[in-house]
Design a protein around this ligand. Structure first.
Ligand code: ZN
Length: 180
């Protein structure tokens, strides 16, 4: 995983809990910290830090990972506006992830270990995203989708009826626009 992901996690933890909290988390995870945005670090290192945050906050892992995804989307969109500049609505953005956005991610961050995502619209208000990745980070994907919905100011609801964590070979993430 790229250092920028670690940098964003550090920003989130520091923003919510202060510098002491980040130091505590780093110590608990048994890692050194000090990540460079474009360098690559092991996924396990990221998971150790996330595990330490989960233990520190005493929250379910899914809650923390999803919140991190939402926070990460906003950060990525402001650090790399090119990711969101090409689309002006939520569904076209989500549909362009596999073909357009991930190419930009590969170019800017040389990250190649990305999930494969294909989308199918069901009527005007629902998009079903077929998520496949050996990392099985579908909860992070959900958080990122919530972040995208905030960015495009479209309230959504997500259902996740088919999941790799429940024995399927992929996840179905159903994104439903809500009209509040
Ligand atoms: Zn899943």
């Amino acid at each position: 995983m790229k250092g920028v992901v670690f940098n964003i996690l550090e920003d989130m933890v520091t923003e919510k809990g202060g510098l002491m909290m980040w130091q505590k988390v780093i110590d608990k995870a048994g890692v050194e910290g000090g990540y460079t945005a474009v360098s690559t670090y092991s996924d396990d290192e990221l998971f150790s830090i996330v595990g330490a945050v989960v233990a520190e906050l005493d929250l379910p892992a899914e809650t923390v990972i999803s919140a991190f995804g939402t926070y990460m989307f906003g950060q990525l969109a402001s650090r790399y506006p090119v990711f969101v500049d090409s689309c002006d609505d939520l569904f076209s953005f989500l549909e362009s992830i596999d073909s357009v956005i991930h190419l930009e991610v590969k170019k800017l961050l040389t990250e190649t270990n990305l999930p494969s995502i294909s989308c199918e619209r069901v009527g005007d208000d629902q998009l079903v995203m077929d998520y496949r990745s050996p990392r099985r980070l579908c909860v992070l994907a959900e958080g990122l989708i919530y972040g995208a919905a905030e960015h495009y100011q479209r309230p959504i609801m997500i259902e996740h009826p088919v999941c790799m964590h429940k024995g399927s070979d992929h996840c179905d993430i159903r994104v439903q626009l809500t009209h509040e």
